[in-house]
Design a protein around this ligand. Structure first.
Ligand code: NAD
Length: 335
């Protein structure tokens, strides 16, 4: 595996950039990184990696990106938090072009293993109506009623992966990520997810000396949040196995959004007045990850405590907002 040629699609983004860093730290040297963003806008970029800015919605570009590769990780997608996916359903669904063209290019190039980053948004909406959740097991994706737009694209792409495996023998690995968070990801601009958005809002109250935070929804909606290091460990275990079925990679530590704000306030050492925007996108009422399958496969599940992961995330966002000029924000080039 260590000598394999590996493509990471979406390497300019949060999980893709952290995955490149993870693979490098484990001794991989034949890495190709591709993202549609210009290279200077990637969260992480390494000079010893073959970096390219390419649009993977095009078939010919996917063939170029995949040529000569043994392993493909697809983390490229047009995505964001609820504020983005509820208002950009077409853009989300157009990511189907990326995965479809990458799969076909992988088949042509004789790729041996293909990873697809799916999401907990594939799960049926009627199983997520209550804050008092029953954790979602892999079988709960059917009968299908996923998140409109983004979730349908994920579910369709999961099935495309499955059929490439069945029809062409392409080895696949499909992770259903549950709210991944951590340093070196989006925290402003409209695509950020709740953990980063709440850190930014709390830091802003410190910087502008306001004492109020707006929370999307009523604050009692429940979620679990997965720290990036757990996400990468789970991906690594999955890729090292011969599991072809979708697998939850998610923390099972359930928290309300109010509870998440409590954690960030305690990290920041402040208490804020809370206002609740009931018209803002808030997603399903409750969601958690059932980790029975991952535990039975690998005797492991994501275990970083939310408050520990949030401390590192808060610190990174704080440094971005306070210490760096706007040109440097969220951009890293490493030797
Ligand atoms: P991200 O937005 O930080 O990264 C995605 C990257 O894909 C971006 O850098 C973007 O520029 C790139 N991209 C978009 N369109 C492209 C195109 N046409 N060609 C090439 N690159 C393109 O998001 P992320 O959080 O790192 O998510 C990575 C993957 O994991 C995505 O598929 C996402 O749907 C999935 N996922 C993430 C989470 C999460 O909580 N972060 C949860 C579930 C699933």
């Amino acid at each position: 595996m260590i000598n394999k040629k590996i493509l990471v699609a979406g390497a300019g983004g949060f999980i893709g950039g952290n995955l490149i860093n993870f693979l490098r730290s484990r001794g991989h040297q034949n890495l190709r990184a591709v993202d549609i963003k210009p290279l200077d806008q990637w969260f992480q970029r390494f000079d010893d990696v073959d970096n390219h800015s390419l649009n993977l919605q095009k078939a010919e570009t996917c063939r170029t990106a995949v040529e000569g590769m043994d392993i493909v990780y697809n983390l490229a997608a047009n995505m964001g938090g609820m504020g983005f996916i509820e208002n950009n359903k077409t853009l989300c669904m157009l990511s189907v072009l990326i995965n479809t063209h990458l799969l076909e290019a992988s088949r042509i190039a004789g790729v041996t293993k293909f990873f697809y980053a799916s999401s907990a948004c594939v799960y049926a909406a009627d199983k997520q109506k209550s804050e008092d959740v029953i954790p979602l097991a892999e079988a709960d994706a059917y009968p299908a009623m996923p998140e409109d737009g983004y979730g349908w694209e994920k579910l369709f792409s999961e099935r495309m992966c499955r059929h490439y495996h069945e029809d062409f023998g392409l080895e696949i690995a499909i992770a259903r990520f549950h709210n991944v968070y951590g340093p070196m990801g989006t925290y402003d601009g409209g695509r950020e997810k709740a953990p980063a958005a709440i850190c930014r809002k709390v830091i802003n109250t410190i910087l502008d000396n306001s004492h109020e935070i707006e929370i999307w929804g009523d604050g009692i909606q429940t979620r679990s949040f997965t720290y990036i290091e757990d996400c990468l460990k789970g991906v690594n275990l999955l890729m090292g196995s011969d599991v072809q079925e979708p697998l939850n990679i998610g923390s099972s530590e359930l928290v309300t959004i109010n509870g998440l704000v409590d954690i960030v306030e305690s990290i920041a050492g402040i208490e804020l007045k809370r206002t609740y925007n009931l018209d803002a996108p808030k997603g399903v009422n409750g969601r958690n990850s059932d980790n029975t399958l991952i535990k039975s496969l690998f005797q492991w599940e994501p275990s970083t405590r939310l408050k520990d992961g949030m401390e590192k995330t808060y610190q990174w966002i704080y440094d971005q907002m306070v210490n760096q000029s706007s040109a440097e924000k969220a951009r890293f080039t490493r030797p």
